[in-house]
Design a protein around this ligand. Structure first.
Ligand SMILES: Cc1cc2nc3c(=O)[nH]c(=O)nc-3n(C[C@H](O)[C@H](O)[C@H](O)COP(=O)(O)OP(=O)(O)OC[C@H]3O[C@@H](n4cnc5c(N)ncnc54)[C@H](O)[C@@H]3O)c2cc1C
Length: 548
């Protein structure tokens, strides 16, 4: 059932077995897992079907130092569906190495293994509608050339992997009917969580204060799941201090908001492969019609040998390309490039096609074919070598609350202070040097790259950072409460009934776009909660006190 904010009355008291806070992929995936169960679920979406100006404003924050991170309201969506309303749909699961403790990556090592996550990643693939859970070009396209550029692959340097594209699934719209028809799930549209309260001692959250326009209401539940995105999850914990947790919920070891990570992305090196016809460059459709694209990945042994964080590359525009294209195309390319953080490639394309009386045939075709994004022409003099890399966990990279600025609901605004360590720079330089060396050895073509130039480029890039909407780590998972906020089951340390879903729980960040792993973690958490609820009073008398 979907309730509008007008359906609530001031002072109303709602209750549920599970209260899920959030309306994005994490929250919706969790809720769907409780559909048709005996448990009553309330979903507090924090936004409407579209993002209103008022709700967008709730996401504004303070960047310290100014300009060191993109504005927070640009790379997030405060609406039902969350980021999935605008995402590009690029799906790549985290790799086995991401979950391991790595000597060259500080604070690495998840308390869950890849093998434990794999079944949930596969389920997440179904939810994201990406077809077969197969990212190996050899098995997906057995009759095609394996390598992106022939002669370049080497197990000690680079190999080819696939990324798959979701249609892209808008989680709220795609799963609207299921949520609407569910008898045990109540969705509260445009209702916003304010504070989590403990009224009976220090081990359980008893109720959540919510706002829906001018209305203030209250939700009590057996358990609460925070699923408001990589930044807001930390914000809500920090904004709910009490006498037991004076620095914020789960913040007894000063970890909430710390270890904020994103992906480091950019394009510096330029390639001019000689044999363009032999380059596997375009989008390809698999047997089920799912768009796939190839990316170079630095395999595990090479990462270990060269002390590299998990990193990938693929071919994209080189800067010089856009300068020489026709005016309309350049304008559209720039629009998609810079507006992407605000509305997503597909939406930018749709708007560009609608606005132009005679859209260039190529553009129209791209939109009509539903291609995930624009690619440069095969005949371009240079292609850019796009990189996307893991950011090393760093305690000093953090989200805090402003002591002075509040949003319209009275919640302290977020301050972001993203910080990098030498490992980030040295890893990216090592990854590029490895790639460039192999490319030169393969005699595949010309490449424009100098280490000195790249270091200069990176310095500037990291000082004027764009997270591209991948926000991770602020309530990290760890086996040790001294170095984490949640345990391996995503339960907040020292609080029996508060759980967290989403990328804020990620211990490390991988190169992989986060959403499929976000969905996997949410489904895993849903399964865990079902087990807890089923085992109810005997082993967890406190946890399940309200379940009938
Ligand atoms: C332009 C763009 C392109 C992207 N492309 C990709 C891609 O290709 N591949 C990929 O993997 N990822 C991509 N992402 C990232 C992806 O959108 C996120 O990883 C994903 O949406 C995270 O899901 P989530 O549910 O954890 O958080 P979100 O999607 O951020 O959802 C958070 C939800 O919480 C709600 N909320 C916030 N505060 C409150 C509150 N106080 N009370 C109640 N509710 C609240 C919000 O309204 C929202 O519904 C992209 C993001 C953007 C913006």
């Amino acid at each position: 059932m979907i309730l509008l904010k007008g359906d609530l009355v001031n002072g109303q008291k709602l209750s549920a077995d599970i209260c899920i806070i959030g309306g994005g992929p994490a929250a919706i995936s969790m809720a769907l897992n409780f559909s048709a169960t005996k448990y009553k679920v309330i979903l507090i979406t924090g936004g409407d079907w579209t993002q209103t100006r008022t709700n967008r404003d709730l996401y504004k924050g303070i960047i310290k130092p100014a300009g060191s991170h993109e504005p927070l309201e640009d790379s997030r969506r405060r609406q039902f569906g969350g980021g999935s309303a605008v995402w590009a749909g690029r799906c790549v699961p985290f790799d086995a190495i991401d979950f391991r403790q790595r000597s060259w990556v500080p604070a690495s090592g998840w308390p869950v293994t890849y093998d434990e996550m794999l079944p949930y990643l596969k389920k997440a693939g179904e939810v994201c509608q990406i077809g077969n859970f197969d990212f190996d070009p050899q098995t997906v396209f057995p009759h095609k050339q394996l390598e992106i550029i022939p002669g370049l692959n080497a197990p000690d340097a680079v190999t080819s992997r696939l990324e798959r594209y979701s249609p892209p699934v808008h989680f709220a719209k795609t799963y609207k009917a299921e949520l609407e028809n569910s008898s045990n799930i109540q969705v509260l549209l445009d209702a916003h969580a304010l504070y989590l309260r403990m009224q009976n001692g220090n081990s359980r959250i008893t109720n959540l204060e919510i706002a829906a326009g001018q209305i203030r209401a209250d939700v009590s539940a057996n358990c609460f799941v925070l699923a408001t995105g990589g930044i807001e999850n930390a914000r809500l914990l920090l904004a709910s201090p009490n006498k037991y947790f004076p620095a914020g919920l789960g913040n007894q070891h000063d970890n909430v908001g710390r270890y904020y990570m994103t992906h480091i992305t950019g394009t510096y090196a330029k390639l001019n492969p000689y044999n363009r016809d032999k380059v596997m460059f375009d989008f390809e459709k698999d047997q089920d019609g799912i768009f796939c694209r190839r990316r170079w990945w630095i395999p595990e042994a090479a990462q270990e040998n060269s002390k590299i964080l998990n990193t990938i590359f693929y071919l994209t525009y080189a800067k010089s390309l856009t300068e020489n294209r026709n005016r309309v195309f350049s304008a559209i390319y720039n629009a998609t490039k810079f507006v992407v953080s605000a509305m997503g490639v597909r939406e930018a394309l749709r708007k560009a096609v609608q606005k132009s009386d005679q859209p260039p045939a190529l553009l129209k075709e791209i939109y009509q074919l539903g291609l995930p994004s624009l690619l440069p022409s095969r005949n371009s003099k240079y292609w850019g070598l796009f990189f996307q890399a893991e950011q090393a966990p760093n305690r000093e990279s953090r989200i805090t609350l402003s002591g002075t600025q509040k949003d319209a609901l009275g919640m302290p605004r977020v301050e972001v202070n993203i910080a990098f360590i030498d490992t980030d720079t040295e890893s990216l330089v090592a990854a590029h040097n490895l790639f460039v060396q192999k490319y030169r050895e393969s005699r595949a073509g010309e490449i424009i790259y100098t280490e000195e130039g790249f270091r200069h480029y990176l310095k500037n890039k990291l000082a004027n950072f764009n997270s591209y909407a991948h926000h991770m780590g602020t309530t990290r998972m760890s086996d040790d409460p001294k170095t984490g906020v949640v345990d391996k089951n995503a339960k907040v340390y020292d609080i029996d009934n508060l759980f967290i879903a989403g990328s804020s729980t990620f211990t490390t960040s991988s190169h992989a776009n986060p959403t499929i792993t976000v969905v996997a973690q949410a489904i895993k958490l849903a399964d865990h909660l079902k087990e807890l609820l089923a085992s109810k009073s005997e082993s967890n008398p406190h946890f399940c006190s309200m379940v009938k």
